[in-house]
Write a protein that binds this ligand. Structure first.
Ligand code: DUC
Ligand code: ZN
Ligand code: ZN
Length: 457
């Protein structure tokens, strides 16, 4: 007797699509095949629907202290929204601070997250200070705990989050040694600060100058520097939220040369350009790195299509309107970040439904690749034995994104009015229904910590 039988759907993996049945038992995928005839506690007819692996959003900032406040989505609200957008695992970013260890940092966030999580969750740990080298001794314990990725900011110098190049190299090498990977936010802080000072003196304080103070070349320099160091010390590198053409090209070249380099971009960089900063509500789009020009946007889409971008994640970090309004007359006072966790999979699947990419590619980018890169061995694919993290998707359902039909705590979204073709109708996490046709039906605390495996390459 199975727990769940999904009949007659089009099963989509990163490599193929075929009509079949899928059986779930004990939270795992128990069987996949044609005309499965198990008796089951629950059977659904998925004729005309796609059956997809749940998405993995490898980049969120939930309840993150940032920009003089805390991001608007708690672990509960953010993971509830995730469930309703077909995301079955989120990767959040706890931030280690000077004098603190990795495990105490991660465990403190795990304590916050565990009672609230509605979907499964993993952590990348941001490293901001090596505590005179002592922190490096903790990398192995962190990897054993299931934290097999660390992150360095090459920016946010004044905020005390940036690491210098020597620290970056130490992290790259130590991460490699323990079977982990280093994630990088690449922008050049000195050039940004110089630009900000200049624009402020000139009275140029509208959101457009957020973009102008961190344009393409500011990101490109740091992307190239990160690629340079990763190549030089032969360590794996994952560049988060790639948003510029020049940096993208440098990373793609290094990949083609055989280096262990991975590239993430986000839906906001695919959908919008820097023109948004001239809108009346431009401050709501302020995030770092900012949206870039149309040449970068085109290059990112090309890389999404041709396979050189590895993952799409969101950098989900919403703030309330009143917080964004702090920067009405001064872009430097706008907390950086936008909402996205609930929009990731529907956006990429809509692109597939419109024929821009294949559904297989959407699955690869949003689920299979992040699972592989970050050691989630039980996730990322509809395969017998893996977790039954499943999305049922109706390709005929039209959907218009609005803050009123999202499931987070924020009060506005940059995605307002975006029309999508096709939409998820059900989400299952380890075989349990958590989203059903517009409604969250999961439970806070159901989500489990994903203990990740070390890299084997
Ligand atoms: N950028 C953002 O826009 N928000 C959170 C962190 C970051 O790097
Ligand atoms: Zn970032
Ligand atoms: Zn981020």
């Amino acid at each position: 007797m199975m727990d769940l039988l999904i009949k007659n759907g089009t099963i989509v993996t990163a490599n193929e699509s075929y009509i079949g049945d899928l059986a779930v038992d004990g939270g795992k995928i128990a069987a996949i095949g044609k005309n499965l005839s198990y008796s089951s506690a629950k059977t659904i007819d998925a004729s005309g629907m796609l059956v997809l692996p749940g998405a993995i959003d490898a980049h969120t900032h939930l309840a993150m202290p940032f920009g003089g406040t805390v991001s608007a989505d708690s672990y509960l609200a953010g993971t509830r929204a995730a469930a309703c957008g077909g995301v079955t695992t989120v990767f959040d970013y706890p931030m280690q601070r000077k004098g603190k260890g990795i495990l105490e940092t991660v465990e403190a966030r795990k304590e916050m997250c565990d009672p609230e999580a509605c979907v499964d969750y993993a952590f990348h740990c941001i490293v901001t200070d090596l505590n005179d080298g002592a922190l490096l001794d903790e990398f192995q314990a962190a990897a054993d705990y299931g934290i097999t990725s660390f992150k360095c900011f090459l920016v946010y110098k004044k905020e005390g989050m940036m690491v210098d190049d020597a620290t970056l190299i130490k992290v790259l090498l130590k991460a490699k040694e323990v079977g982990a990977i280093t994630n990088i936010h690449a922008e050049n802080p000195d050039v940004i600060d110089m630009n900000i000072e200049k624009f402020k003196k000139e009275g140029k304080t509208s959101p457009w100058y957020h973009y102008m103070s961190r344009p393409e070349f500011v990101e490109a320099e740091a992307d190239k520097r990160a690629v340079h160091w990763a190549k030089s010390v032969e360590a794996p590198l994952y560049i988060v939220h790639m948003a510029d053409k020049e940096g993208l090209e440098a990373a793609v070249l290094a990949k083609r040369q055989g280096h262990d380099i991975y590239i993430e971009t986000c839906p906001q960089y695919l959908e919008f350009t820097c023109d948004v900063y001239n809108r009346e509500d431009g401050r709501n789009f302020v995030c770092s790195p900012p949206m870039k020009g149309v040449e970068s946007q085109k290059a990112l889409w090309e890389a999404v299509k041709n396979g050189t971008i590895d993952t799409i994640a969101t950098d989900h970090c919403p703030f309330m309107s009143y917080e964004k309004d702090w920067g009405k007359d001064d872009f430097t006072k706008i907390p950086n970040g936008c909402a996205g966790v609930e929009n990731l999979y529907p956006y990429m699947l809509s692109a597939a439904n419109e024929g821009i990419i294949s559904f297989n590619r959407a699955v690869e980018l949003c689920s299979t690749n992040p699972a592989k890169i970050f050691g989630c061995t039980q996730k990322g694919s509809l395969t017998v034995g893996k977790d039954a993290d499943i999305v049922i998707y109706d390709p005929k359902k039209a959907f218009t994104i609005s803050v009123s039909n999202m499931h987070s705590d924020y009060d506005h979204t940059i995605w307002e009015g975006k029309m999508l073709s096709g939409y998820p109708v059900q989400t299952y996490v380890r075989g349990t229904l958590v989203y059903d046709n517009g409604a969250f039906v999961g439970k806070a605390g159901y989500g489990q910590f994903v203990k990740r495996s070390p890299r084997t390459v």
